[in-house]
Design a protein around this ligand. Structure first.
Ligand code: SF4
Length: 252
């Protein structure tokens, strides 16, 4: 059994496959909370801070989450959605942290169906969950966008960097790249050192940097400094197309 917060057809807005029409499955729950990203929301009068997908992270939203108890139910929904789309789109599994469910039998059956259809599956993950690729070999056939959190996430380093998990994904999966979410303050201080520290462990992976921002306003505060940072250090700039176009992170 696993939880989904939303599923929708859109265009990938970030990373290597930005611009590619994609069907998104957003799982619920995360092992981090990333208060440093500063998205402000309110639960029962209490102000909390999290990331732009706090609604998929904070279990206070559980009543709005969809429980997937049988793979056949979700597969049936996907077959119907793909028939409406008219082709088999790239599927992006994001969250929250989708790899929290990687051992779940229902979740793995859905992955198995997607792979059997030759659908490209990309996981958007924080890279802190260690996958046993011998027990769960289908993950070798997936793409991993390793969105490793830096100090601006507000999470302690020992929670956000898991060396064994990163090495396992980088050495076993068919395609892996790094994606960092950074802001002007980090660009001006420790961003390069933090990224280079990770690159000493994962030297061969392409690096994408994108601006922090859960809205157009916050992206505008960070995009230019991230742009120049990428030029200076030969990293790839990633925008957040869905926020530029729709000014939101939900349902697009
Ligand atoms: S790891 Fe990702 S989904 Fe989880 S809290 Fe941090 S930014 Fe949000």
């Amino acid at each position: 059994m696993f939880y989904l917060t939303e599923q929708f057809f859109s265009i990938q807005g970030e990373g290597k496959y930005a611009g590619v029409p994609s069907y998104f499955l957003r799982t619920a729950g995360c092992n981090l909370s990333c208060p440093g990203f500063g998205a402000k929301y309110e639960i029962g009068g209490e102000i909390r801070y999290g990331c732009d997908t706090y609604f998929a992270v904070d279990s206070s939203f559980v009543k709005s989450w969809q429980k997937i108890e049988k793979s056949i139910d979700l597969i049936g929904q996907l077959e119907s959605e793909f028939a409406k789309i008219g082709y088999l789109p790239h599927v992006v599994i994001t969250g929250g942290e989708p790899l929290m469910y990687h051992k779940d039998p229902v979740f793995y059956e859905v992955i198995s169906w997607l792979v059997s259809k030759n659908i490209q599956v990309t996981f958007e993950t924080n890279g802190t969950i260690e996958i046993d690729f011998e027990t769960y070999p289908l993950y070798k056939q997936c793409t991993f966008s390793l969105s490793i959190k830096l100090s601006n996430s507000g999470e302690p380093k020992q929670k956000r960097i898991h060396l064994e998990a990163l090495k396992a994904i980088a050495s076993q999966a068919q395609e892996v790249f790094l994606k960092f979410t950074i802001d002007t303050a980090l660009v001006e201080t420790t961003a390069l050192n933090e990224i280079n520290e990770i690159r000493t462990i994962l030297p061969k992976l392409d690096v994408y940097c994108m601006p922090v921002g859960e809205s157009r306003d916050t992206i505008w505060k960070n995009d230019r400094s991230v742009f120049y940072f990428c030029m200076a250090h030969n990293f790839r700039y990633s925008d957040r197309l869905h926020i530029r176009v729709f000014d939101t992170t939900q349902g697009v």
